[in-house]
Design a protein around this ligand. Structure first.
Ligand SMILES: [Zn+2]
Length: 252
């Protein structure tokens, strides 16, 4: 058990959101009850996740994709009203960490994806933004492009969309979880054999072929499941509270 204020401060110190220019507010987005004994974690603060938190009698929800994104309609209507009403009715807090949870050197999505895929991190690639969200490393073996696709599929439990454009063997790779597909040119210029992200755009196919790099679209949701789980384990240990990750299935 901890109080919400202490949890908020702890996560702020761990994830240092002030270092990031982000698209949504990081930290406590909706305030629920003052004491927190049980937390549900998920990738996105969808209605399904809130329903799962209600069923689990959670006091707080921790997510990667929260609410109040720049350029979204600020009015509390329809879908947004339904989500917010359910959260407030049950006095459940919502804490969200976007870029700080992508970039964290231990519990971050990028580092955690490397762990899941068995990639050895050798550094980051400068994207002009600090801290960089583009990591580079080495694959656990010199895969053929097809075998690397199969490896990703096994580890993530989901087929990756592979666009062939690079060499016959994949030894070096760059990655950015989520919607990082537009880092592909920077990744290609850095000389790696392959680039992994979550989503794909129409243009990504042509860039992969013309820049000479393999591209693997491994799923926005699938690549961003691991940061919040690692964060939850940290919180559970630090405060001796119950954390459970709810995987709201999402093929995108
Ligand atoms: Zn994301």
């Amino acid at each position: 058990m901890t109080d919400l204020h202490a949890l908020d401060i702890y996560l702020d110190e761990l994830l240092t959101p002030a270092r990031f220019m982000d698209y949504a507010p990081n930290g406590l987005q909706v305030e629920g009850r003052a004491q927190v004994a049980r937390i549900v974690g998920g990738v996105t603060a969808s209605l399904a996740l809130i329903e799962a938190a209600v069923a689990a009698h959670a006091d707080a929800i921790v997510v990667h994709h929260g609410w109040f994104w720049k350029n979204e309609d600020m009015r509390v209507r329809g879908m947004k009203r339904a989500r917010l009403a359910l959260l407030l009715e049950h006095e459940i807090s919502l804490l969200a960490y976007h870029l700080p949870l992508d970039a964290h050197p231990d519990v971050g999505n990028n580092v955690q994806l490397a762990r899941v895929l068995g990639l050895r991190i050798t550094g980051s690639i400068d994207t002009g933004v600090q801290p960089s969200l583009l990591l580079r490393g080495e694959t656990p073996s010199r895969f053929t492009p097809e075998d690397f696709a199969a490896h990703i599929a096994v580890r993530l439990g989901r087929a990756a969309l592979h666009i062939a454009g690079g060499p016959d063997r994949i030894a070096t790779v760059a990655w950015c979880t989520g919607a990082g597909q537009d880092y592909i040119e920077i990744a290609a210029r850095s000389g790696v054999d392959a680039f992994i992200s979550g989503e794909i755009s129409e243009r990504t196919t042509h860039i992969a072929r013309e820049a000479g790099i393999h591209y693997y679209a491994a799923g926005h949701h699938a690549t961003e499941r691991y940061g919040v789980q690692a964060l939850g384990a940290r919180i559970a240990q630090r405060f001796n509270i119950d954390f459970s990750f709810v995987d709201v299935e999402n093929p995108a």
